[in-house]
Design a protein around this ligand. Sequence first.
Ligand code: ATP
Ligand code: MG
Length: 570
Amino acid sequence: MKASQLFYPTLREVPSEAEIASHQLLLRAGFIRKTSAGVYSYLPLAKRVLRKIENIIREEMDRAGGQELMMPIIQPQELWEKSGRWSVYGDEMFRLYDRHNRGFALGPTHEEIITTLVDADVQSYRDLPLLLYQIQNKYRDEIRPRFGLMRGREFIMKDLYSFDVDYEGLDVSYKKMHSAYRAIYDRMNLNYRVVEADSGAIGGNESHEFMVLADSGECTVIYCESCDYAANVEKAQCKAADDIKSKSDLMSIEKISTPGMKTVHDLVTLGISEQEVLKTLMYSADEEIIAVVLRGDRDLNEIKLKNFLGAEQLFMADEASVRERCGAGFGSLGPVGLKLKIYADLELTGMRNFSCGANEDNYHFTHVNMGRDFVPEAVIDLRNAVEGDLCPVCSASLKSIRGIEVGHIFKLGTKYSDAMGASFINANGEEKAMIMGCYGIGVSRTMAAAVEQNNDDNGIIWPIPIAPYHVIIVPVNTKKEEQMQAANSIYEELIADGIEVILDDRDERAGVKFKDADLIGIPIKITIGPKSLQEKQAEVKKRWEGETELVPLDQVVKTIKGIIAAGMKK
Ligand code: ATP
Ligand code: MG
């Protein structure tokens, strides 16, 4: 491709709406343009990257036994009503109505469609397992579309669905996908981690997320350096820390006056540390008001609470109903004398003589002890794990790191096959529900994640396997015939060898061309300048390394091939 003909409108300025590197660089380098919040056009360079990512995914899905198909984006309301999700999905679903006022969703995901499809055309165990996938746009009206392609409202996803005759079969399909995903991210040269993820309240389910590690990631990954344990923060288990159990004697409970003090931090001014405060939160769980207590400096993990309770709906109770039930407002609540079910975090078993609200405005208790002063309904793991907690597997100290969720695999069981009536006849002639799994990859998000992980002050540094082009040739002065001749001949030779190459034939200053080459992130740059040309040489530079190599003109193609074959060593 000649740069003079390539549509890549680069920008000098960093667009003000872009906060993270990938968003800034993909805009600046002319890869994407915004149409509306979370909706983007992919320009030619981006389209090439997407195609490479998609092809790697496709090859690995096919290798694992997947078959590609394509399902409609427009999905009828009836199917979503059958699964019960038309009402549950809420505002994240884009809905539209046809001329007969029939409702449709713009597909946010495809369980309803695929399960119906398979149900209609698969009757026998002989036709299973089936692994069907597509690569297609998805639509989700996200509350906060942001960070460019990271959280779009229209985005590209690969979604595969597995159908098996039994749970052993599902295990096999799940393992196949797990290794296929590893192969995919390995091939893309991305630095990632596989983490345990929440799979809801139903036991026996399993879920993993694939996280590309980057400081800008929206997810927190908790992992152990001593063993393989890694989980996202929603899932990461906290161990009861026996060794931090306080040895102090139980003291007598005391009521103290705390005028105007409402937060854990206010109590700190009395010389009470956050770790000695008991925080009381009020929730409405399927319309029942419950209390949750945990250490003052900890964050409640709502997913753990919801899973333990098996609640459909869980949200923080409003202050008026709390005051009605407890006699005090937020900030003065505590478990002592409370006539509600109390759920205590596991860590409280190790705490003695803590402070908490007295259920009376402007008063707190000190020297409160669980078991003596209040008895919880259950003591369970309810808080978010943090760095320094003990690994639930090997008890080493846990670490925390940020990640971008690029893939998610999930054992569904019979959730959708039951709802949509997808059954088959087994070898004994009995009718059974198909056992399902679903496996997503954020294709457009993966492109952004790759940039997030591979950039410097000058621009993007594409990993070779997904780079829009492998090589860019920059003749320093396009008006000099001998430079253009050398450039053209290398260009032709590389093309003949199947190497994807841009020739920057624009009549621009060399500095501008070098800057653009760096910005768009082409992994290998060949510079043809007057000095090296005199020696019948060209300069070859890897985008991810500092040094420039002088290579005889007749060796350039061989050198490039060698670099591509060796890949990027980081
Ligand atoms: P998130 O927690 O980030 O909202 P999710 O759990 O809703 O993700 P899934 O429904 O599992 O996501 O979708 C599969 C994959 O699609 C995700 O792992 C992610 O890579 C990608 N994805 C999900 N939502 C978006 C989005 N709004 N924009 C871009 N990619 C997305
Ligand atoms: Mg989501």
